[in-house]
Design a binder for this molecule. Structure first.
Ligand SMILES: [Zn+2]
Length: 391
């Protein structure tokens, strides 16, 4: 999140009410940074990889992702230009005015409702699950409109994605995620409905403590509730990946103690290069590696204390040095009310920065996508084709 006061932020958003694009331009800025020149060899590494980005919030802001627009960070034409092969789109259902990374109360004006009522979304007063249904429908419409997307719902879809990309380079995989289990409104049946809508990754908490888990940015910052433990068990049974991003340290400990599958941190950073409430301690990085999981490193200031490709690459290098390069991946948080130094079309510059950090070509290929694909293959509902290696 940007470091503006809640009042200033709310006022500026309200002033933008007449122009939806203005709201997005304000929330999802690019402040360009110098990018390294991408060598022929680095571009080849990038193009040969199946590049996975574990987190973007674009569905909150735009109905039609098939058109290239001059704002925000992600649309399908820019994903293709940036060489992305699989994009996780997360659904955000509630963001309170006053949201900050240190102590956010679960009360007050909901900015997602405000955006909806200002015309940015189709419905004004939808509750959290209504927002989830709305954004799942938007993804379905984009899949239909674009004609080159593979919606990843089971392990065999990963195989299909590789095959289809080999035949048609325009092909991109998309996976639907939820940021905060409060989207299910305390009703276990809503988790089943979310699965039916295509949701395959869930972060138990977002910026505030909810009925499932404590948030790293909440008031109590507690562990899992009974409802949260039951939800985690059911997610594993269904084949929904667990996302530790935004969870309180206590909740991360509890999830790792009981998880039977590898987990994701879809977007975050390491305290070793950027120490704040949004980033992971060395102990948590080691525990996630021991679980077989993967940490997606973000591209914004609070994740890596900078917005240049080399800042992201240094954080990735740190995690790789600490726990091994099999446990780190990309988690941009594009379009997540973030200011970044480069949009997704410039992603090969990050591959250059990773190689400049003296990571091997094989390590970079794992970081760009293979690691995330490995965890997805171990998590998603298994299909007959899923028995083949998606790597
Ligand atoms: Zn987030």
């Amino acid at each position: 999140m940007r470091r503006r006061s809640a009042a200033t932020r709310t006022l500026l958003v309200a002033l933008c009410a007449l122009l939806a694009g203005c709201i997005e331009s304000f929330l999802n800025e690019v402040e360009p940074v110098p990018l390294p020149a991408v060598s022929h060899a680095s571009r080849a590494v990038h193009e040969d990889a199946l590049v996975v980005d574990l987190h973007a919030d674009s569905l909150l802001f735009r109905d039609d992702l098939t058109r290239r627009v001059g704002r925000g960070h992600v649309d399908l034409p820019r994903l293709r230009e940036g060489g992305v092969g699989l994009q996780v789109f997360a659904v955000v259902t509630r963001v309170y005015a006053g949201t900050n990374i240190d102590r956010t109360e679960a009360s007050g004006l909901d900015l997602v409702t405000l955006l909806g009522c200002m015309g940015l979304r189709r419905a004004c007063g939808s509750g959290p699950f209504g927002r989830l249904e709305e954004q799942a429908l938007l993804l379905a419409e984009n899949v239909e409109r674009d004609g080159h997307l593979v919606w990843i719902r089971e392990s065999g879809d990963l195989v299909r994605l590789r095959e289809q990309r080999a035949a048609d380079p325009e092909t991109i995989g998309v996976l639907l995620a939820v940021e905060g289990a409060h989207a299910f409104e305390g009703d276990p049946a809503d988790l089943e409905r979310a699965f039916d809508l295509g949701v395959r990754m869930v972060g138990l908490a977002h910026f505030f403590d909810n009925a499932y888990a404590g948030s790293a940015h909440g008031v109590e910052k507690g562990g899992l509730t009974e409802l949260g433990r039951g939800t985690l068990r059911r997610m594993e049974e269904l084949g929904i990946a667990v996302d530790l991003a935004h969870l309180s340290p206590a909740a991360i400990d509890e999830v790792l103690a009981i998880a039977t599958r590898p987990v994701f941190v879809s977007h975050g950073g390491a305290k070793g290069t950027c120490d704040n409430a949004r980033t992971l301690s060395d102990d948590h990085l080691r525990a996630i590696a021991a679980n077989g999981g993967v940490v997606g490193i973000g591209f914004w200031e609070t994740a890596v204390c900078g917005t240049a490709p080399r800042d992201v690459a240094r954080a990735i290098r740190y995690v790789a040095d600490l726990v091994g390069d099999e446990h780190v991946a990309l988690g941009s948080d594009y379009d997540g009310a973030t200011t970044v130094g480069f949009d997704v079309s410039a992603l090969p510059a990050l591959t250059q920065a990773l190689l400049d950090e003296r990571l091997s070509r094989e390590a970079v290929t794992r970081i760009l996508g293979s690691n995330a694909l490995r965890v997805l293959a171990a998590t998603l509902p298994q299909t007959a084709e899923g028995a083949e290696s998606p790597q």
